[in-house]
Design a protein around this ligand. Sequence first.
Ligand code: MG
Ligand code: MG
Length: 309
Amino acid sequence: MIIGKSKRELEKMRAAGQLVGRVMQELRRIIEPGVTTLEVDQLAERMIRDAGGVPTFKGYHGFPFSICASVNEQVVHGFPSTRKLRDGDIFSIDCGVTLDGFVGDTAITVPVGRVREEWLALIRVAEECLEGAIEQCREGRRLGDIGWAVQSHAESKGYGVVREYVGHGIGRKMHEDPQLPNYGTPGKGEKIRNGYVFAVEPMINLGTHATKVLPDKWTVVTLDGQPSVHVEHTVAVTGNSRLSRATKSPQSLSKCLSSCWSNARSGVAPAPCAAKSTTSISNRPLQTMFATCTRRRSLFTALMILPGK
Ligand code: MG
Ligand code: MG
């Protein structure tokens, strides 16, 4: 059963999301060749606890760390370790925070040093898949629309869409109903309603969609050894007019995203987008963005508020 959230609960989820967004922003900042994935994990845990939160992953079904650290062909659920990141790697960080009883869950994939263009394109397309999926998180759409948005875009580029691991509802627990596969049929599945909160998380492979689990029983890798990208936001579907009124000048999300994107690419600290409360992002859009761009209705994520219909 999908648990709808009240406005009050959504505000708490927003706070959890803001915290994990800030953590991710900082983690992204320290990524460079020579940094170990364990150092990244330790920074995440320290930041989360210092802010009064709890690293949701730690102890979850026995998972021993605060982040999942997945490098190159590792898809998800990798263990942080003393492995040093190397020039040319891509590094996926997945992190969850529990704050005041609610969970925010987000993932980014970060290029380390100089990364080959083919891999950068994979990251870009995965982020576009996430953006497209979030666009479908609106009242009246159906769950299949979300998966289709990911699948259709990724497959149009020839990439593989991971089947075995999926997005999910989120709230007091990290994993709530529904499951949100990154594939689907448009117009099918349950209708989306205000108050639903989803963790949308495309996992896109350069090659085959097939995966396997390593003997540590956690780390998922691509079957063909080609790289994989994982990106995630927590998104709330709301009709929150109060949030809407915070918007100075309504603009489309894509406009907002592209302005933040270009700021990010040019290394300019992102100015608040016309919509009032965009917080900073580092060198990539979407990942730590907090936008309030809406007309009649908004979505918020951990990190984001989106336009209505
Ligand atoms: Mg996650
Ligand atoms: Mg998740």
